[in-house]
Design a protein around this ligand. Structure first.
Ligand SMILES: [Mn+2]
Length: 328
């Protein structure tokens, strides 16, 4: 089926339902949040009953998006019988919904909107395009289908989604189409200076202090082609920073001139697991590394979790990188 036919059919199926639960993956980021909030608004404007529920809250730096509609699964007593349909966005598997998955019944009709190449196509209706830089591109397609002009709030949600998934229109997934979409969104009159400042350039002093500790500890190998930092729980305690504050540190680490692969290891709250984020430059596919450790993501940005102490995680990851990649 052609892309347009798939979209039309997806939209038609959506319109056949009246009540929607909307959700995305645990630890939601810009694309998941922006896509779900815009989708919720679209369905509501079309006269549908909607309810957004997620395992985790919107992170602090994205709290300027309208979060009054964002409900945590632990706070709501949902008898799902009222909701016959579920819309997911940016969620590659049902397991990534976390405890929201437990709200589903065998009869729940699932609408799955995503751009992950690894998407498990778990929906009865799937609108998946791995050529899209963000799931929000697909949500915008649905707006076009509905022939609804975007409100400023919806445009802000979609702009944040695409901006964050393309690293502020800098990653290699940024296409002409992304810029055309950005132009359409900016055309609604959204304040991109304010949005960008809030997403990328607003640090607390505690976050600065955390970065300062971590930057004093950068390690490199393979003539600087690999760079990494390990963060212990006590780094957060000493700096007063939060896990959320560590987001973006990996992109900073990748700035090192010679680096081809950078990784950031973060000791998790239980002290028993380590979350590892990868970034790469050039042809190095770090999705392969993350997938090897049962994680995932994209070619140049991925992550996984290892159930070992920090020191051991460092050794395991370095061994894998040296096995998988040849560094000039
Ligand atoms: Mn995404």
């Amino acid at each position: 089926m052609k892309k347009d036919d798939i979209l039309e059919e997806f939209f038609k199926a959506l319109m056949a339902h009246d009540d929607f639960l909307l959700s995305c993956h645990i630890s939601p980021e810009g694309d998941a949040i922006g896509s779900i909030l815009a989708m919720e608004s679209l369905l509501r404007r079309l006269g549908k009953k909607t309810f957004v529920v997620c395992e985790d809250p919107i992170p602090e730096r994205l709290r300027f998006l309208s979060d009054q509609r964002w409900h945590l699964v632990k706070d709501v007593n949902l008898s799902l019988t009222a909701f016959k349909a579920l819309v997911t966005a940016d969620c590659p598997t049902l397991d990534r919904l976390g405890s929201v998955k437990e709200l589903l019944t065998p009869d729940t009709v699932i609408f799955n909107i995503d751009h992950h190449i690894s998407n498990a196509r778990f929906g009865l209706h799937n609108y998946i395009r791995s050529d899209a830089a963000a799931s929000a591109e697909l949500v915008l397609d649905i707006f076009h289908c509905a022939k609804l002009p975007l409100t400023k709030e919806e445009a802000t949600n979609l702009y944040v989604a695409i901006s964050t998934d393309t690293g502020s229109f800098k990653f290699s997934n940024t296409t002409i189409h992304c810029h055309r979409i950005a132009a359409e969104l900016i055309g609604t009159g959204i304040d991109i200076e304010k949005i960008n400042d809030q997403i990328y350039s607003t640090f607390s002093l505690n976050k600065m202090n955390l970065y300062s500790r971590l930057l004093g500890r950068v390690k490199t190998s393979a003539k600087g082609r690999i760079a990494w930092v390990g963060m212990e729980r006590r780094d957060l305690k000493h700096s007063g920073a939060t896990y959320e504050d560590t987001e973006g540190f990996i992109d900073f680490l990748k700035c090192l001139k010679e680096v081809r692969v950078a990784f950031f290891m973060s000791e998790m709250p239980d002290g028993k697991r380590v979350k590892i984020s990868f970034r790469s430059r050039g042809a190095y596919d770090v999705n392969k590394i993350a997938t090897y450790f049962q994680g995932g993501g994209h070619k140049k940005a991925s992550s996984c979790i290892l159930r070992v102490p920090l020191k051991k995680a460092e050794k395991i990851v370095l061994d894998r990188l040296r096995k998988e990649f040849v560094f000039p």
